[in-house]
Write a new protein. Sequence first.
Length: 905
Amino acid sequence: MEDNIVHVALGKNLKEYKPILAWAVWALKNSGGKTICVIHVHQPAKMIPMMGAKFPASSMKERELRAYRELERQNMQKILDEYLLICRQMGVHAESRHIEMESIEEGIVELVCQLGIRKLVMGTAAYSKRTMDIKSKKARYVRLQASKSCRIQFICKGRLVHTREGILDGADVEVRPNQNCKTEPSNYGRSQSAGQNIGAAPTSLAQVSFCSERNASIDYSVGSGTDISSLDVTEEFSTPRSRLTEGSSDEWFESSGRYPPSLDYSKCSSSRSVDIARISSVRSEGSELSTFPQSIESPYCLSPPSLLDGSVDETLYAQLEKAMAEAEHARREAFQEAERRAKVEKNAIEAKRRAQVLESLCAKESKQRTEIEEALAKEKEEHEEVKIQLNKVMEDLRVALDKKSSLESQIAESDEMVKELELRIASVVQLLQTCKKERDEFLVERDNAIEAKRRAQVLESLCTEESKQRKEIEEALAKEKEEHEKVKIQLNKVMGDLQVALDNKTSLESQIAESDEMVEELELRIASVVQLLQTCEKERDEFLVERDNAMKEAEELRRKKVESSSTQMPQFSKFSYLEIDKATQNFDPFLKIGEGRHGNTYKGILCEIQVAIKVLHQRNLQDPSGFQSEVETLNKLRHPNLVTLIGYCQEVQALIYEYLPNGSLEDRLSCKDNTPPLSWQIRICIATELCSALIFLHSSKPFSVLHGDLTPAKVLLDANFFHSTGELTLESDVYSFGITLLQLLTGRPPWGIANDVKHALDAGKLEDLLDPLAGDWPFEQAKQLAHLALSCSEMYGENRLDLALDVWPVLEPMREDLCGDSSSLQLSTKEHFEPPSYFLCPISQDVMQDPHVAADGFTYEEKVLREWFDGGHDTSPMTNLKLEHCNLVPNYALRSAIQEWQQKL
């Protein structure tokens, strides 16, 4: 059956492997085959795509990996169905087989071995159209490693480029009849040994089946006598292996005693002898063996006297004739019996072969049935798992839809808020345009006033010149009066000239009066213009203040998006839901770093800084005023050993803390992710800092702040193993500090640790409980810390120690001896503030005293920026781009914020 099946190895690329399948179908039709079997090796993906990235399969959860593998198998089955559909469209019966392995070539070799493939067609790559060698590594591997009984044809671009012929093994050789089976005739000289050779058996099974199906015809030529020995020898070579024919004629003669002892055969042999002419080939329908003639019509054998020259009587001749007839009859029966036995043996062999074939088919059918039942059970189990996963996905989808509706409502509110801000910005822009228009009108009026003042100055100069001329005229008149007596002759003429001068004087005086009135009017107008100018300057100052406020808001919005001038974040900010969602990548579970009673903690990036974002559970949400009050309370708590609150989000009630890289104390005690263990020196420092933080919380005014959920998981470590508490609530306890101190000593979980340490102290075996990963503990200090921790974890609260009075005096000297500088552990209620990045001048990196905004939109110290300009620079110190102008605008809002911050110090 395998010879009628052509197996084709195909891959996932339908377009690439379709020509190979078409060639295999064509070859199948030409060879008279019946079935195409598509074999495929499925390679499970090592990298699993998820959310735009790829992750190793080993890092995936089992349920997610199993779901993805099932999706891969479904895609593989779709591809195989496409191949089978193509075969059906081409009029060929097709089936498919597949295997799942890491290597494609090894999978093909395994399928050849499992399925017993005899004919295989697969693709390869050749160097060129002229070369018939293959260069594909997969094809070479299959050619070398596949079973030698498999005939493999390699196809490239629809052409047969190479064929590896199959070699038949022992199981494939069929038993065929020997076509050269012949019978040698016996000479007269061998007649005495005929009885010994009659029973010789054929040498092989092929000779048996051949001789049993053929029927020989023997021609005899009779001479003067019949040689009985020659007849017996002929019978020997024409009879198959059978005891019935062994020595049939000679034994008959010997038992009957009818061989005449004095019979002389020499005379008969001289005249005639029996000759075996030939043995005919086998006929399918069978033919009877030719027999001796009933009567020998020869003139030499008419009577016994003619045969023996009268020496033998008629009785002996009759006996001889009877013996010959009986020998012929016995030979026929022996031949028929041998023929029947050969047929029976052939049928038995055929039946045995069919039984073996049926037995192998039954075993194969049973194995396939078992595999089908197992596959069906596995499929049923996977179906149940898929059903469970589907229910879970539907539940997640329902929750996601609920969350989506709430988010849509929040987005709608955000859109309304954005629209309101846009309206306010539009109104501010309109106000700016109005102020600009008024400023332009004022500039025009100022220019008019300056022009009027200039004209007044011109008139004043004209009046001065007229007055000077008048004085000169008066001097001339006086001189004329003195000379009046001397020049009486010219009196009439002078009087006429004087009258003319007086007339001119009157007109000039009227002109001077008009000029004085005009000057007074211009002075009044100039005064009104000056008053208007002062009003405009006042309005300009107010406008500049409003503009500074607007620029401050715009700068804050821009700084939240891109903080290009610094990598630090303001100490306390309010963030929107969109910023939180973007920082956590839509609250990706892979970014979740903690989960507690009150909420989940995610790692994210805000303004290019890694932060820890704690989102409260829905059941723990508060009213907005209560949440705002709690945020304000938390913001006031500043201590070196308390995690810094950077900001918050009112929409989802999330708190944004600084991110500490070394994880929690619980992770380091358990050496999570193969992190190195904490030494005993670092553990003592951590205990001291934890005590310092708790004392600070308990001594807060006006109300004490209690932690209430203090565990190693809540103790976070920075890059220097400087610890901070991870959560602040109104529930804390000295008992928790004592249990944590015991965990630092032993590295064990908290359950029953107090009793174990107490029993070890009583038995003097504390060394057995100390964590060996911390190194060699100093026994006296470890024993002192153990007693201190047990006193803090007493059952009744009134028996526990006071952290400030009893615990701190013990821990602080230990920490100072180990770590040297203990300034960071001093109890102080003074808050240490670092100046925010936007308080610093980008050039000098000092706190600005007179901040001004340049044309690039950044704020600088005015004195430093003036020095920058005086140095010949006309580019921005931040962007290195050329500035449009060198004008500076004071940033009053930032100056006020800096002054307020300096007052807090």
